[in-house]
Design a protein around this ligand. Sequence first.
Ligand SMILES: Cc1cc2nc3c(=O)[nH]c(=O)nc-3n(C[C@H](O)[C@H](O)[C@H](O)COP(=O)(O)OP(=O)(O)OC[C@H]3O[C@@H](n4cnc5c(N)ncnc54)[C@H](O)[C@@H]3O)c2cc1C
Length: 408
Amino acid sequence: MAEFTMELNDDQKEVRDWLHGFAAEVIRPAAAEWDEREETPWPVIQEAAKVGIYSLDFYAQQYFDPTGLGIPMAMEELFWGDAGIALSIVGTGLAAVGVLANGTEEQIGTWIPQMYGDANDVKVAAFCSSEPDAGSDVASMRTRAVYDEAKDEWVLNGTKTWATNGGIANVHVVVAVVDPELGSKGHASFIVPPNTPGLSQGQKFKKHGIRASHTAEVVLENVRVPGSCLLGGKEKLDQRLARARERAKAGGERLKNAAMATFEASRPAVGAMAVGTARAAYEEALEYAKTREQFGRPIIDNQGVAFQLADMRTSIDAARLLVWRASWMAVNGKAFTAAEGSMSKLFASETAKKVTAQAIQILGGNGYTREYPVERMHRDAAIYTIFEGTSEIQRLVIARTLAGMPIR
Ligand SMILES: Cc1cc2nc3c(=O)[nH]c(=O)nc-3n(C[C@H](O)[C@H](O)[C@H](O)COP(=O)(O)OP(=O)(O)OC[C@H]3O[C@@H](n4cnc5c(N)ncnc54)[C@H](O)[C@@H]3O)c2cc1C
């Protein structure tokens, strides 16, 4: 087990500087344009693929860094560049994690390369769990997967919503109900391969922030996928369902479902994204406060402004420490006995919302315009308290964990 450290080693510093260079030179200059266009920034994703930032290999290398700092450091730098574009680059990772967490080696080897494509023909992937009536309450999911034994195929029907890359993805990972009697324990995840008939994009959402990231409904009408597309395989599913039925009969402990496992694994990473956006806005505000003069002196000479900057920086550093701790715990197999992953996401996302609002205030009228990036950063920051579990759900998870109660 690696000791917890707050110091990046030389290799990590090199990767961080390289990512920062990409964020500063490629992502940030493109941010305003793709925010206005509200479209997936394919050329930027392709640039990322060319230099090696858009690939499973890169993220796997960061993930397996035993210090746990690889992923948070990468997310912070990319999202420092721009949240919408960075989500377009890392969004495929959520679907990839779904396959890594639940799939067999063969499924991982077959589908993950198709999620990313290659530098000459980049692809994206989507993870589809949320539904119009099943957001925080994952157990209310209605999308059904029914097994057609004669053909060894699964038939999927339902409507997914809020899917990042939904409808434009080469590979969709869809969570569906296989046994409605078991609530969230009766869910399973499926690969929907490229060009499968019956899968279509519904409404594409016009959003408040992260507008360069595509978010849409995914409609599934009699979508037939081979038996081999059930993540983990039929035997494992049957065993899991049998155990869940026994526990349900005995009124025993709840099993975590596949979607929940995916969200848990990705929470500190979302916290790191929020730290990146917060840091970007703080840096803009600090620079502005040092150069903008009113009443014959830089505005930072006023305690009212300087103290805001002091609070902003303190919260950002505290958020980063919570994120790094949670990532270190995850990589080293430490039990999250106080829901430290949720703590990191909660604190970092609330920090990003607050700090970006403070940055607007420090920039005055300029902060309120699209001429300056803090306006976009504030719109972007609002997402962190919503996706991957809202702030209220994080508090619920933390409180239930502290109380020793089951997490529903
Ligand atoms: C831009 C974007 C991208 C997304 N990407 C994906 C994706 O790729 N894949 C995917 O599957 N999903 C995705 N989501 C969905 C996201 O995870 C959900 O929006 C989120 O889980 C909240 O669900 P909801 O929107 O239905 O809100 P609701 O669950 O309806 O919540 C509404 C409000 O009620 C509160 N609330 C609900 N239950 C409780 C409770 N028990 N106690 C206290 N308060 C409560 C919530 O905190 C919130 O404030 C995305 C969403 C957005 C906006």
